[in-house]
Design a binder for this molecule. Sequence first.
Ligand SMILES: *Cc1c(COP(=O)(O)O)cnc(C)c1O
Length: 233
Amino acid sequence: MGAIRANLQAVNARIARAAQAAGRDARAVRLLAVSKTHPAALVDEAYQAGQLAFGENYVQEALQKMDALARLPLEWHLIGPLQSNKTRLVAERFAWLHTLESDRIARRLSAQRPAALPPLDVLLQVNISGEATKSGIAPEQALALARAVAALPRLRLRGLMAIPEPSPDAAVQRAAFGAVRQLFERLVREGLALDTLSLGMSDDLEAAVAEGSTLVRIGTAIFGARGMTRDAA
Ligand SMILES: *Cc1c(COP(=O)(O)O)cnc(C)c1O
């Protein structure tokens, strides 16, 4: 068995165990394979092992893999920051954006989404740890931005994404994920039709699933460690 197939099985088993421990249905947690810095051949290998959804951080790097693998029915998610000069490429080529954080970018994406494609699925990135350097909106801004995005015709607001400050302590991980879940629940109570919480990476997926994640973004545990080189976005 190939290494990637075995790694995918191990990650899916971790998700299943975490879901079971939380009394959740494992089918409610989707796996996004984060292929940034890894070549198209490894994405193909993961596809051969049954994986369909892939996350990339850099637009140009993602486009190269999309072109190389155009024959495959893959679902591409942008999970890295999006600059306004790249919105058209994202509107035209991606299925999901996890890092929406401004009304202006949202309006551009909606205007640029081709009529032949379904609406772009989007998540608001929330800065839950409050670090000045991290991307994402402050939790207090989420309701206003969610309402603005939900009103755009060619975007479909699906939920929230966050990257809490890494911690080796499972209780600290859970507290951060739990704060995102509470914000999500508040938006749902306000009438927003959300179904996706993008939380959890290779080192903290158990805590994320325990706190209600419906989409875990896993790179290292599937593809191995990333090298030091990476393509500019
Ligand atoms: C790289 C990355 C991941 C995957 O991280 P791993 O620790 O390799 O699983 C998930 N989400 C985002 C936003 C990333 O940039």
